[in-house]
Design a protein. Structure first.
Ligand code: HXC
Length: 259
């Protein structure tokens, strides 16, 4: 399959696959096609016996600045329900091989959620993590309220989700959201180093261990995700969603009315 919005590379080692999100002009905003391509690439890599570890990255400016607001702007809750993009996210989460997110620049909204869906996160000093959906009149919908809260605790998660504030890589490290922070020129090398360590282990034990750690993390998560999803759809019934997203596209401040 030819991909338009991602690149699949393996220049580091045959056992390490690098998937690069590649919509640089839009800061790698995650449109539906990109997510479908990512799902397909991960399924292929999961089946490829030679590959033992996968790295997902963006570029220095952005891992991903969130789901594509322009694509969502005029959607209704029912449109979203029918598109059912979360099936794609669920498939990505089910990838059996370990995935490392190598993050530089913005990891916001769906971008932060995608990084959190991975198994480990290596970040450049310039990385910024955030769930700014509240600023465009909606809320996180791909696990943000659940995974972020489990990773960093209620206080910081609540602050990030309610104010949309970004945290630095250093803060994310202290809060337990990510594994490592390194200078910008080294973040990809550092992810490859970590992947190399993972590749040296038994692939079977690795698969079982990944499954088990996720089990500890996810018990109760399905219920939380289901709940979150309904509320995410619900936020698209509000006038504030239309206002928040139009304001973003028109490059002006939103005027929220609470309707
Ligand atoms: C669509 C986006 C985008 C996005 C950036 N762009 N983020 N397009 N969806 N999420 C586009 C901009 O419109 C612009 O295109 C170009 O990328 C560069 O962005 P700028 O805003 O000019 O860059 P800058 O001033 O450096 O600001 C960077 C930024 C800002 C702080 C990251 O772009 C921003 O706030 N982006 C939105 C972040 C966000 O709200 N994410 C959550 C989305 S909702 P043009 O053509 O205008 O030059 C979400 C829900 C997930 O993720 C639900 C589950 C799927």
């Amino acid at each position: 399959m030819n991909f338009e919005f991602i690149l699949v590379e393996n220049q580091y080692a045959p056992q390490i696959a690098l998937v690069r999100l590649n919509r640089p002009k839009e800061l790698n905003a995650l449109n539906l096609q990109l997510m479908l391509e990512l799902k397909k690439a991960l399924q292929d890599l999961d089946e490829d016996e030679e590959v033992r570890c996968i790295i997902i990255t963006g570029n220095q400016q952005a891992f991903a600045a969130g789901a594509d607001i322009k694509q969502m702007e005029n959607k209704t809750a029912i449109d979203l329900l029918k598109i059912d993009q979360f099936e794609t996210w669920d498939q990505i989460r089910k990838t059996k091989k370990p995935i490392i997110a190598a993050v530089s620049g913005f990891a916001l909204g769906g971008g932060c959620e995608l990084a959190m869906t991975c198994d480990m996160i290596v970040a450049s000093e310039t990385a910024k993590f955030g769930q700014p959906e509240i600023k465009i009149g909606i809320m996180p919908g791909a696990g943000g309220t659940q995974r972020l809260t489990r990773a960093v605790g209620k206080a910081l998660a609540m602050e990030m989700v309610l104010t949309g504030k970004f945290i630095s890589a250093e803060e994310a490290l202290k809060a337990g959201l990510i594994n490592k922070v390194v200078p910008e020129e080294l973040y990809l090398n550092e992810a490859v180093k970590l992947a190399t360590e993972v590749c040296a282990m038994s692939p079977i034990a690795t698969r079982l261990a990944k499954e088990s750690v996720n089990k500890a993390f996810e018990t109760g998560l399905q219920e939380g995700l289901f709940f979150e999803r309904k509320n995410f759809y619900m936020s698209f019934t509000s006038e504030d969603q239309k206002e928040g997203m139009s304001a973003f596209v028109e490059k002006r401040k939103p005027d929220f009315k609470g309707k």
